[in-house]
Ligand binder design. Structure first.
Ligand SMILES: Cc1cc2nc3c(=O)[nH]c(=O)nc-3n(C[C@H](O)[C@H](O)[C@H](O)COP(=O)(O)OP(=O)(O)OC[C@H]3O[C@@H](n4cnc5c(N)ncnc54)[C@H](O)[C@@H]3O)c2cc1C
Length: 365
């Protein structure tokens, strides 16, 4: 029998396993998918790596950054090409700006938004540890969209920033707390838009996120069961019993539940989770963003396109132009970010998502 069962084999679960080993405890990770990594996963297609989920890292993320340096991993730039064109859908019309002009507009808009922030003392005196000092609490339920209402900006500039932040925060801004952004600013020590963009979309682990989690898993010495969705956790006088959808049952002294908040309600806990946990499990986290790779005909090396949140993609950018493909005009892999996911991803959905931002583009099937 292992000392501890960990439910969920993402970064949180694997970190817990490694730290438990350091404390002299053995663990067993039970993971529902057929791989570890959870919302991070590096895949390869035609010899090119694709970070399918979380990809970008930054030194303002203290915990992940310390893992990267601990394992001596190299960090590089995520995109092969600089952005040279920014398209923005505003008031139903598609505008094309050269990148320099677009970034100036974004910087100005962002500075205006920052100046509309709560005029109070420092809300995040220790931004890496937001739960210790909670000066930010009174503002937690104020959506970011509310700050936009106080902005006096031309519609194009407003829509540009609105779309960018919808993508950065992976949720409609009516549902995103402004504290998300205020904390990021506190971590960075600046409201500079260019620095903020660096956090959300510039640096990647060169060998990929999967290498990091594999190294951490090795150090954990944990057992791993994949393809087992945990459905029930019972705490008894002898320890904890964990049951899965495959009809298996595992026991340990204690359990660490390292799954996303939005999935807590899928497990039956005995005794039940406390009232506060049940409430947040029902309420769910606002972040429901999607990241989709689509290959289209034609070359769009330096593209960045933005659309209001009611569109399927808030942000579309070039990943890379595919080399050596047989189609004479080449093809480009694009990455689309949206704030709501469809039930099923289909070719039709991809076409509909691309159409407002790249009219007439052909999806490569
Ligand atoms: C599209 C997208 C892009 C992102 N981009 C970035 C980025 O660029 N930079 C960044 O820092 N972060 C990014 N993130 C966020 C980052 O990926 C997550 O914060 C991080 O991966 C969360 O790790 P976790 O271990 O907490 O959860 P997860 O990675 O979700 O791990 C939880 C695991 O639990 C498993 N699980 C769930 N329920 C059960 C169950 N009942 N039984 C068994 N197993 C279960 C899941 O299958 C999963 O493997 C992104 C996220 C997404 C979705």
């Amino acid at each position: 029998m292992h000392d501890i069962i960990i439910v969920g084999g993402g970064f949180a679960g694997v970190t817990a396993a490694r730290e438990l080993r350091a404390a002299g405890l053995s663990s067993l990770i039970i993971e529902g998918r057929d791989r570890i990594g959870g919302r991070t996963w590096r895949d390869t297609h035609n010899g090119h790596p694709f970070e399918v989920g979380g990809a970008y890292v930054h030194w303002s993320q203290p915990h992940i950054w310390s893992e990267i340096t601990r394992y001596g991993l190299k960090v590089g730039w995520g995109s092969e090409d600089d952005i040279d064109e920014i398209r923005v859908l505003s008031q139903g019309k598609l505008h094309t700006l050269d990148a320099e002009k677009g970034y100036v507009l974004l910087e100005e808009a962002y500075a205006a938004l920052y100046n509309a922030k709560p005029q109070t003392d420092d809300l995040f005196p220790f931004p890496y540890d937001p739960l210790t000092h909670r000066e930010w609490m009174p503002y937690a339920n104020v959506p970011l969209s509310k700050r936009f209402k106080r902005l006096d900006l031309p519609p194009l500039q407003r829509d540009l920033l609105y779309a960018m932040l919808t993508s950065d925060l992976s949720s409609p801004l009516d549902e995103s707390g402004q504290t998300e952004l205020l904390r990021l600013q506190a971590l960075l020590g600046t409201d500079d838009f260019a620095k903020l963009s660096d956090v959300n979309g510039t640096y990647v682990i060169k060998k990929g996120t999967s290498v990091l989690i594999e190294r951490m898993l090795e150090d954990s010495g944990a057992g791993v069961c994949i393809g087992q969705v945990v459905t029930q956790i019972d705490q008894t006088s002898e320890g904890v019993v964990v049951r899965t959808d495959q009809g298996h049952q595992y026991t340990a002294r204690a359990v660490v539940v390292a799954i996303p908040l939005n999935t807590w309600a899928n497990i039956t806990f005995t005794p039940a989770l406390n009232e506060a946990k049940q409430r947040v499990a029902q309420q769910r986290h606002a972040g429901l963003g999607v990241k989709v790779f689509v290959r289209v005909k034609g070359k769009f090396p330096g593209l960045l396109a933005l659309a209001p949140e009611e569109h399927l993609f808030s942000l579309l950018m070039a990943s890379h132009v595919e080399k050596g493909n047989p189609w004479s005009k080449g093809s480009t892999w694009l990455i689309g970010f949206g704030s709501t996911a469809p039930e099923v991803f289909t070719l039709e959905w991809a076409r509909d998502a691309l159409a407002p931002l790249l009219p007439g583009v052909e999806v490569w099937t």
